[in-house]
Design a protein around this ligand. Sequence first.
Ligand SMILES: Nc1ncnc2c1ncn2[C@@H]1O[C@H](COP(=O)(O)OP(=O)(O)O)[C@@H](O)[C@H]1O
Ligand SMILES: [Mg+2]
Length: 485
Amino acid sequence: MTEHSTLEKLAQALDGYRLAPRLVEQGRVLSVGDGIAWVRGLPSAAMDDLLEFEDGSRGMVFALAKTRVGAILLNETENLTAGTVVHRRGRVLSIPVGDGLLGRVVDPLGNPLDGLDIPACHARLPLDAPSPPIIARDFVQTPLYTGCKIVDTMIPIGRGQRQLLIGDEGTGRSTLALDTVIHQRGQNVFCVYVLIGQKRSTVVSTLETLRQYGAMEYTTVVVGEAFALPGLKFLAPMAGCAIAEYWMRRGRDTLVVYDDLSTHAYTYRELSLLLRRPPGREAYPGDIFYLHSRLLERSTRLAADHGGGSMTALPIVETQQGEIAAYIPTNLISITDGQIYLDRNLFASGFRPAIDIGRSVSRIGGKAQHPRIKEEAGRMKLDYLQFLELEVFTRFGAKLEQTMARKLKRGRVLREILKQDRLHPLPIGFHLAWLIAFNEGLFDEMSQSEVSTWMNRLEGYVRESGLGLEDAREVWLTHLKEWFA
Ligand SMILES: Nc1ncnc2c1ncn2[C@@H]1O[C@H](COP(=O)(O)OP(=O)(O)O)[C@@H](O)[C@H]1O
Ligand SMILES: [Mg+2]
């Protein structure tokens, strides 16, 4: 019975079939190497077309020449050689997205790297997408707490903001980003940590830290390792962005770390030079600015009638010898809503996190900052900047009036207060406590060495006291005065 009906169906299907010639474009690989392939015989290929090679390798069209096209490889088998047959396969490169990615480590195409099953996702999003239009956006108005004393008080970040972490290698940029991710525990923010061209050891230690602090529950890690195909490293930030985009459009607050975009720019330059695209300044292709701005413009806060979600971005960029005027750093400074500048000398002097407050700025985060914190932090910042100036002045051995000497001592105490260990993000209520205490001079009589002990104890006290941002300043002050006495 079933056999009969199957035959019948087949006959029906064949009934309408007309033999006709069909044009199939079939290309052949001319040469392959360094993560790219040149192909001839695909006259209708367009930029970003996906290519499938006969041996199972895949690629994406990245350069068009008169008689050939250049492709970046997305995966490569050992059998890919000159002469391999190539076909075009559809247009847009997409990645699986959804809650199935939480806690997972994936490559930029969504393939698992953690040895577990393929993530259970029912949706896909293109890696490259237009940024939300102006009418779909809202102002940044909710804070995103990093847990860092300096950032949350003086360089505040709002949900939907793009804040650049800039500095030389080894100044603590990744550490600050990682601490921020760890601090999102219980804050209802989904995180995506994108590692671009990092050493295997860095990847492993990042994952270990995230696991150890229970941050994987709400985090996806996208990895394009140092020795991965350059094509994958190039796609990694777009993949991370697409993953966060899915959640953002469903009304979620998200945070994406791009660690780092200097490596991304190098990779793009490498691919472009290999594929003979015309080089521009510092040999980067002319559209590198467009590439990064298109990526970061996808981070925003959506208006309530568009879901109300947000994507905060923390791109990281590397400077050489503190030179922020180089091409890629200046590009990124101009694209983002502010920068946190980490300084090598500060790091070496033991001031960690090594944030140079004078050179760091948050252009929009202030609007999202809690008014109580803003008010106290404003006073404190002024004191600190004055102190830094004064300190430079006294290096020349100037003799000081007593008021100046007191200001200097107070500044030194403040510098101790602002130091913070890695993996130790702190809640905003605690920031308010030390700000009030400092502004009221409760730390003034302490020696520098006493400060850290008192800060640790204050942390415990604030946790137990149950005091919060909404409590009046007088209430805080009475409690603090009593406690300090
Ligand atoms: N606040 C801090 N306190 C103590 N050590 C830190 C702090 N921030 C960073 N470090 C240490 O400095 C080193 C470099 O930090 P890392 O974040 O890897 O720098 P980058 O990403 O800028 O190259 C790491 O060994 C890290 O543990
Ligand atoms: Mg780093």
